[in-house]
Design a protein around this ligand. Structure first.
Ligand SMILES: [Zn+2]
Length: 255
């Protein structure tokens, strides 16, 4: 069952194959270099937006972290200024680096609060790296996860907002290109879950999904005993901890 289920997903964007968003992912040039530190329990979730953000950016790498005793490397290039997006007590607003003469190496933990705190402690150089936070510029458009978000943003949104500040004149354009594909991901997923009508999905429903409605397969799977976890969220089944309340607090996003 799970194999058939996985086959129905795009291996790259992890969306249902007929709802694949890969063709819409931009490749954006930035001065800032992104290192996404993805907790291994987060990495396989179809609702993970950090990895989508990394795919949007030419200068990005994804590190899967969080395994016991694993150390996080922190390679820097040239005269980069390393910044960690984490709301530590001594964090400053990322706006302080808006006109940095040196390029920024932005490290972004992608996991829940507890996972991100652990990453920070385990990464050599991460513990003493300058922490930055985003100014409050409005609520999230992320509607795919039920856990309390406490005003948190999806990881992609947080990265896009950071780049809007760090990338000068091109910042707003980079942010909106990233948010455009994010919006389609969210809306296609909500449509798949029966929470949006066809007409409410930006750009409409892809022809492949019209011809072969992926929602039918899920309805059938739900009717089979024991198939619920597969139909809802494969990653949750593999990771029961992901469903536990996360101390009521999410970091930048658990997106
Ligand atoms: Zn895809």
């Amino acid at each position: 069952m799970s194999r058939r289920y996985n086959k129905a997903r795009c291996p790259d964007c992890k969306m249902q194959a007929t709802l694949c968003i890969c063709a819409l992912v931009p490749r954006l040039q930035t001065r800032t270099r992104l290192t996404l530190l993805v907790h291994y329990r987060e990495a396989r979730k179809p609702t993970n937006t950090g990895q989508l953000a990394a795919r949007c950016l030419e200068r990005s790498t994804v590190e899967i972290v969080g395994q016991k005793d694993q150390l996080i490397e922190r390679p820097l290039i040239g005269d980069e200024v390393p910044l960690l997006m984490f709301p530590a007590d001594d964090a400053v607003s990322i706006e302080a680096f808006a006109n940095s003469p040196q390029p920024i190496a932005l490290f972004v933990p992608d996991g829940n609060w507890r996972q991100a705190s652990k990453m920070r402690r385990r990464g050599p150089g991460l513990g003493d790296m300058q922490c930055v936070t985003l100014p409050d510029t409005g609520p999230t458009a992320y509607r795919l996860r039920a856990e309390p978000r406490a005003g948190g943003l999806a990881t992609l949104e947080a990265i896009a907002r950071a780049l809007a500040i760090l990338e000068g004149d091109r910042g707003p354009e980079i942010e909106s290109a990233m948010l455009a594909v994010f919006r389609v991901m969210v809306e296609r997923t909500l449509w798949f879950r029966g929470r949006l009508r066809d007409s409410e999905v930006t750009g409409g429903i892809p022809a492949a999904a019209v011809a072969n409605d992926p929602r039918g397969a899920v309805t059938r799977a739900r009717a089979e005993p024991g198939a619920r976890a597969v139909a809802s969220e494969a990653s949750n089944r593999a990771d029961p901890a992901a469903r536990a309340p996360l101390a009521g607090k999410t970091l930048l996003d658990r997106g």
